[in-house]
Design a protein. Sequence first.
Length: 79
Amino acid sequence: MQTGAQILFAFLLSLAFSGRFTSLDDFGLGTYTATLVLTVITTTLIATPIAVRAPCAARRPLMDHRPAVSGRPPVLMAT
């Protein structure tokens, strides 16, 4: 889903450089602007959980997967 939103965003940005873009009326320009803004908002909302989760995952302690010694459960290792 994120890739699709990014492709749509890139496509909308490339439209502004086409020759027919200058001949848009007010309705067409408003529709383009609204679609571009909504695409930016959508891409931001989709990417935010990814950007937040990455630093949190880096700080999370790793599980030690060594075999238990004398019946003890695995120990959390601080990184």
